[in-house]
Design a protein around this ligand. Structure first.
Ligand SMILES: [Fe+2]
Length: 202
């Protein structure tokens, strides 16, 4: 039996459980495994070595709530990124530019220690820390990626316009993001990615 979706869409109570890596009340989930991330890290030998030790659990995953579609609709979710590194690069998400590039996004840190790496197509780059209780408000037109620079899982709550869409290929075409987020003693720093060729739209 089919039924029409409610109008207006029904309110949703969400319960992000950062330490359990899940969010009650959502209706979507995806996960990324190390094997999905070939080409993301500069150090190919370190990546192959990590893959040979892989325990088959996801490197990062997202649980989300999208109660409605269309202009003005919001997607809210929990993003969880394990701690670790490949070579000297910390675990990170693939990153993207919104297909509707003017769509912004909010991230709120729930647990762990992260960095949002933000780059404009014109060549600006910013690395902004996101720790528990801190938010990063990303305006439109920024390529963005989360990086876990801590020793525990990074969990963030996010919100973006459902119609934003994600263009992951813009980073692949550019040879990766302009900056790498790498280990620096006990902390982190950025270093230029020698493979970066500049961003271009197609
Ligand atoms: Fe996004």
């Amino acid at each position: 039996m089919s039924s029409s979706p409610a109008f207006p869409a029904l309110p949703v109570q969400l319960e992000p459980l950062a330490h359990h890596g899940m969010m009650r009340g959502g209706n979507g989930r995806y996960e990324k495994f190390l094997g999905d991330l070939a080409g993301l890290y500069r150090d190919g030998a370190a990546f192959e070595a990590a893959l040979s030790r892989d325990d088959g659990t996801p490197v990062y995953w997202v649980e989300s709530s999208t109660p409605e579609e269309g202009e003005g609709a919001l997607t809210v979710g929990l993003s969880v990124l394990e701690a670790g590194s490949v070579g000297d690069e910390y675990f990170m998400t693939r990153g993207h530019l919104h297909r509707k590039a003017d769509r912004g996004e909010l991230y709120y840190g729930l647990s762990g220690n992260g960095v949002m790496l933000l780059e404009s197509v014109e060549g600006d780059s910013h690395a902004v820390e996101i720790n528990p209780g801190q938010a990063v408000h990303i305006p439109g037109h920024w390529v963005h990626r989360s990086v876990n620079v801590g020793k525990t899982r990074l969990a963030t709550l996010f919100c973006y316009a459902t119609d934003a869409g994600q263009d992951y290929e813009i980073i692949e075409r550019a040879g990766g993001m302009k900056q790498l987020v790498v280990r620096d003693g006990e902390g982190w720093t950025t270093r230029p990615n020698p493979g970066h060729r500049g961003y271009r739209h197609v």
